[in-house]
Structures are given as C-alpha cells and as structure tokens.
Design a protein around this ligand. Structure first.
Ligand SMILES: CC(C)(COP(=O)(O)OP(=O)(O)OC[C@H]1O[C@@H](n2cnc3c(N)ncnc32)[C@H](O)[C@@H]1OP(=O)(O)O)[C@@H](O)C(=O)NCCC(=O)NCCS
Length: 244
C-alpha cells in the first residue's frame, strides 16, 4: 500500500510503545489478517496461543494503519534477512512487536526500534547466567537478594533482546559480549548507549519485565494502551500527538 509522505511522517525523538491485552483474540477482526498470518496462527498448538497471536497481529495492523494510513487489511509486510518485519511501500514508521502471556508490546518509531517483554517466571538462573551474561551482569545478579535473581536475569535478558531486535540481528551472536548491566545501575539507569543503539527498561507492572531499543539517538518513550481510550487514540492517517 502506498501512503502519502504526509501520512507516514513520524516526528523524531519519540517512540510510542503500545501495550495490547491479547486475552480475547476471538473477538479480534481476523479478516484484516493476510493468508500467511492466518496460516501461522493455525500452526500454533493451543487455542490460547492461536487466539493471542491473532489478537497481537490484528492490533499491530490497526495501530500501524493509524501511522501509515489506509485500512489495516491493506498493509503489506516483508522480512529483513534475519526475519525482522517491516512495512512495504513506506519508509516509516518502523516498528517492532513482542509478546508473552496475554501481553503484547508494539513499539513504533521513526527509526529502527526493538522491544521485548517477558513474563516473570521461575528460572534456573545459576544454569542460564553463564550462557548469556557477561561478568559484570553476573555480578549484578550476585548482589541481588535470592528472590530477586530471576527477575533481574529477565531484566538483563529483555535489554539484550531489545538491542538485538532493534538491530534486526536475531540472537545468534555472543550475548555475553554485550554488557547491559549499566542500564540497571543508578545513576546510569535510563538510556544506555551501545555503539549506535540505545536501550532502556520499560515499566510494565510487576508480572512482566520489558525493554526498548532505538538506533541513532535516545527517544522520548510514550507508553500507550490499545485499544485506546478517549484522548489516547492516534488520529487516523497522521502521526499521533504523542509523537510530536
Ligand atoms: C527475533 C527473536 C529474538 C524474537 O524472539 P522471541 O522472544 O521468541 O519473540 P518476541 O515475542 O519477543 O518477538 C517476536 C516478534 O519479533 C519480530 N521479529 C522476528 N524476527 C525478528 C528479528 N530478526 N529482529 C527483530 N524482530 C523480529 C516479529 O514481529 C515477531 O513476531 P511474530 O512471530 O508474531 O511475527 C527470535 O525470533 C530470533 O532470534 N529470530 C532471528 C532468527 C534468525 O537469526 N534467523 C536467521 C535466518 S537467516
């Protein structure tokens, strides 16, 4: 779908992060999805996973159509070599999706962006940490109370995954070599620069941890909910006020 330049302009220095409740995928208008999206949903094993996938992808189309213009069903997607999806026919917005449990986060920006959300679950941190964390990151975990170690591991993990997703490189690199521990440590907490990529945590409640990353320069983060309430909705076919 071609959209006018005006309708695809996204103001610089902002990233909108939409939180989507994917509990009720059965109510989502799946007619907006393309055949390949429906086929991917159908391949998932449980009805709950299928429903959540549909809810997340319907929301993705609806949200992106507010930025790019045109009906959600007409948006076309393609994938970069390591699988990162992008919108065909328009240079902007850039976006990224992450889902876990009944939550999806959809980050939208004027430049490459990555987002990751994980549900806080019990983990064998002792076994996992040496595989993916560097020594400064393991030291952060070592300083935590034992009951905080799993959550801290996941905080570090989401920062790494958001970094990888912004760059579109997947997880096939030496994860331990990218030290994200300063992002958790005051006074550095906030945006952490790793070469040309900026990562920071997002606050999404106690049951989840999340992080976002953008290329080039730090951006103002605006957390939003989808479906949006009055005053929170992006006007259709032009950038939402939160991005100005
Ligand atoms: C990207 C990746 C880290 C996401 O893992 P995850 O924690 O299971 O899933 P999340 O929910 O956080 O993110 C999934 C979403 O990220 C997006 N995505 C997929 N590949 C991506 C990539 N390389 N970079 C950024 N985002 C990507 C998709 O929108 C996907 O949603 P979908 O599966 O519903 O379409 C993982 O799938 C990965 O490593 N992929 C790359 C594989 C690779 O290197 N392939 C090389 C082929 S040559």
């Amino acid at each position: 779908m071609e959209a006018s330049a005006a309708s695809t302009r996204v103001a610089p220095s902002a990233v909108d992060v939409w939180r989507v409740d994917t509990t009720d995928g059965a109510a989502a208008p799946r007619t907006t999805l393309a055949v390949d999206e429906l086929e991917r949903a159908a391949r998932l094993r449980s009805e709950q996973d299928r429903s959540r996938f549909v809810a997340a992808h319907v929301a993705l189309r609806e949200i992106l159509s507010c930025y790019a213009g045109g009906p959600p069903a007409l948006l076309r997607f393609a994938q970069a070599p390591a699988g990162k999806p992008f919108l065909c026919g328009v240079d902007r917005p850039r976006f990224n999706l992450s889902h876990t449990g009944n939550v999806a986060l959809i980050a939208v920006a004027d430049r490459e962006v990555g987002v990751d959300v994980e549900r806080v679950v019990t983990l064998d941190v002792r076994a996992l940490a040496p595989l993916v964390l560097g020594c400064d990151e393991r030291a952060v975990i070592g300083r935590c109370r034992p009951d905080e170690r799993g959550r801290t591991f996941l905080r570090l993990w989401t920062l790494k995954e958001a970094f990888a997703k912004a760059r579109g490189i997947g997880l096939g690199f030496d994860l331990a070599s990218v030290d994200v521990s300063p992002a958790l440590t005051p006074p550095t907490a906030g945006w952490l620069a790793i070469d040309d990529t900026y990562v920071r945590e997002l606050s999404v409640g106690t049951a989840y941890v999340a992080a976002v990353a953008v290329l080039e320069a730090p951006a103002r983060v605006v957390l939003r909910r989808w479906p949006s309430r009055a005053g929170n909705a992006p006007p259709r076919h032009r950038p939402p006020s939160g991005l100005s």
